[in-house]
Design a protein around this ligand. Structure first.
Ligand code: SAH
Length: 215
C-alpha cells in the first residue's frame, strides 16, 4: 500500500477538521499529522476509515485512538526535541510515530506481542526506525531506560502505579486517562522537586490498561 494523492487529500481534510475544532493550537502537531500516513497503521481494507476522526479496531480487541485524542494527548506532553518519552500502549504504533516525528526519543511498550510486531512493521513501512518497541507490562514501565522526560499512557488506567512517577524525571510530565468504567478524566501530572502538580483536562473514553503481558 502506498501514500497517494488521494490519501494526502483525505489527510488534509482530517487535519483541517481538527484545526477547526480549536483544541489544538500547537501547529507542529498538525504538521506532523499531515506527514504521517495513518492509513498504513490500519489493515489495507480499512484505509477509508483511517481519515475519519474516530477510533478504529486494530485486532486483539484494541483500537487505534481517535486522531483528535492523539493530537490532544500529544499537545499536553509539550514534546521537545530529544525528549525521552515512554508510551504505555503501543497499539498500532501511530502515536509513537507522531512523537518520533516531533523529535522525541520514543520507548513504547505493548502487552500483546502480535500488536507490537505489527506496530514494528507499520513503523518500518513509513521509514521510522528510531522508535524502540518493547513487549511487556506497561504497569512496570521500563526501569532499564528510565528516567523519562515524559510518560504517555494511551489506555485507561484504573489506578496509577508508582512506576509512572518514579520513572519520571524531575520537571517531567505524565499524561494519563484515569478512571474505571467507560469514561476517564485526562490527567496531567507535573513532577517538580517539591511536589506533584495534578491537572484535569476533560473526559475521554479509552480501552482499559490491563495487568500483565498477554500472548
Ligand atoms: N497508542 C495506540 C493506541 C493504543 S490502544 C495507537 O496509537 O494505536 C491501548 C493499547 O494499550 C492496546 O494496544 C493495549 O493492548 C495496550 N495495553 C493495555 N494494557 C497494557 C499494559 N499493561 N502494558 C502495555 N500495553 C497495554
Amino acid at each position: 500500500m502506498k501514500d497517494s494523492f488521494k490519501h494526502k487529500g483525505m489527510r488534509k481534510k482530517l487535519v483541517e477538521k481538527i484545526r477547526q475544532e480549536g483544541w489544538i493550537h500547537d501547529e507542529r502537531i498538525l504538521e506532523a499529522m499531515m506527514r504521517i500516513p495513518r492509513h498504513l497503521f490500519l489493515d489495507s481494507s480499512f484505509e477509508e476509515y483511517a481519515y475519519q476522526d474516530r477510533p478504529f479496531p486494530i485486532g486483539n480487541e484494541q483500537t487505534i485512538s481517535q486522531p483528535t485524542t492523539v493530537a490532544f494527548q500529544t499537545q499536553l506532553l509539550e514534546v521537545k526535541k530529544n525528549d525521552r518519552i515512554l508510551e504505555v500502549g503501543t497499539g498500532s504504533g501511530y502515536q509513537a510515530a507522531l512523537l518520533a516525528d516531533l523529535g522525541a526519543r520514543v520507548f513504547t511498550i505493548e502487552r500483546f506481542k502480535s500488536l507490537k510486531e505489527k506496530a514494528r512493521k507499520n513503523l518500518r513501512m513509513i521509514g521510522f526506525q528510531g522508535v524502540n518497541l518493547f513487549y511487556g507490562d506497561g504497569y512496570k514501565g521500563l526501569p532499564a531506560y528510565a528516567p523519562f522526560h515524559k510518560i504517555l499512557v494511551t489506555a485507561a488506567a484504573p489506578e496509577l502505579p508508582d512506576t509512572f512517577f518514579s520513572q519520571l524525571r524531575e520537571g517531567g510530565m505524565l499524561v494519563v486517562p484515569f478512571g474505571k468504567g467507560g469514561v476517564q478524566t485526562m490527567k496531567r501530572f507535573i513532577k517538580t522537586q517539591e511536589e506533584i502538580i495534578e491537572e484535569n483536562h476533560g473526559d475521554f473514553a479509552f480501552v482499559p490498561l490491563l495487568r500483565d503481558k498477554a500472548e
